[in-house]
Design a binder for this molecule. Sequence first.
Ligand code: G4P
Length: 524
Amino acid sequence: MSLESEIKKRRTFAIISHPDAGKTTLTEKLLLFGGAIHVAGAVKSNKIRKTATSDWMEIEKQRGISVATSVMGFEYRDYKINILDTPGHQDFAEDTFRTLTAVDSVIIVVDSAKGVETQTRKLMNVCRMRNTPIMVFVNKLDREGRDPFDLMDELESELGISVRPLSWPISKGETFKGVYNLYKENLQLYTPNKQIISQSVEIDVESPELDEKVGDKNAAQLREDMELIHGVYEDFDKELYLEGLLAPVFFGSALNNFGVKELLDCFVEIAPSPRPVQAIERTVVPNENNFSGFVFKIHANMDPNHRSCIAFVKICSGKFERNVNYKHIRHGKMMRFSSPTAFMAQKKETVDEAYAGDIIGLPDTGNFKIGDTLTGGEELHFKGLPSFSPEMFMYLENADPMKAKQLEKGVNQLMDEGVAQLFVNQYNNRKIIGTVGQLQFEVIQYRLLHEYNAQCRWEPISLYKACWIESDDMQELENFKKRKMQFMAKDKEGRDVFLADSNYVLQMAQNDFKSIKFHFTSEF
Ligand code: G4P
């Protein structure tokens, strides 16, 4: 098969949701359709990780198990599908943000009773930054949920994107009858069963057969709803979806295997194959002959006896081959990989080749950091792996002065892995660690001790946000840095960061220094 057709058939995406909306269940059902697993209940990773426990060791153990499920590849019809798993636990949200930089589209799962929840809103902001095409699956129709029109309005306003239903529910909860598929124009009747896949029936909405199948009242309601849908919503426009401006919406019940196949069928047909990726030097198109890719995730092995990492690389262009020399751009050296892994179903296996859109795992002993580029030789630096302002901050102190070197090394490596962010205060030279959740502080302390034989202590610091600053007016920038000397820090790339200790202080700074832009992400 030609490079172009290999790439064209790839669909690399992530499923995102607020915990409990049904991401794991949906993932599992998609894998069942792809024949990648044969029994329900096989996908467990998310399930455990989402538990709102502070027992991070337990969570890390599960993370260990889940290396193989980080990417789940399978074939469906003529397509090669790669689902990228995202951690359910919100303390690992930064991981999810980065994973979203490696996908070509996203499916959002929403609970029909709960609508759009906080975590979904946050993740959607990341998608919007990248114009990622979004599809929505409204789940749990077998339960009493909200009115579908209300849900559509909420999706539109909360996610800040236009929506277009491509299926529509007929009643809900106990009286749920099925969905009308507006994409294929047929009816799926609901049978509550986890094993059977519902059959679709070709029925015209106007035909009396509809009344027979779903009852007079439901049929009348569906006709009314259809009229409203066609009146309110423009016809589905695939181009707008691909530009990330319009989200098609499907309804169903993942647990009951209902509406999932319709979602998948439509998904493979309209979701994008790998998209061009922006490097600092130029735009890289997937079907270029030369290989290029970037590291978006590093997974450390928590077993102290096998202390290696896996660097996850998204292939942006061309074909990757085993045992071929590729250039590690940051180090400026050539590297060869004898055991790259691909992720098929829930197994990790060594591969000889992989194509743009695929994710490969490269065994690593500290050569990679997040954002690194690998190419066939060309100097390219992929953009688009921003750091986000952390939400929690602590001073990092050395608790064992004899082990300062170990601490330094450990902290640097953990930061390269993307466990948290390090800022160095320019005024007093103290190190500040920023995270999105309390768990990371425990993770860092534990790993420093067990992997680097170093001990750290946390000291509280009250900070509101880290802001990356820029301005065309260098004089004003200098004035600002002088005025805020005590709150200026450098991030690990040496960029200037203002550590605002409250929202009020930040607003004052924005008022007083009009020419300075304050960014909450490191890339703007
Ligand atoms: P998550 O990964 O997004 O966190 O959600 P997950 O799939 O684990 O689903 C959360 C709960 O919702 C699970 O129940 C799951 O069975 C249930 N669920 C998922 N889809 C549907 C659906 O279509 N209808 C209904 N009624 N429930 C659904 P649980 O009790 O937490 O776990 P379990 O004991 O069932 O595994």
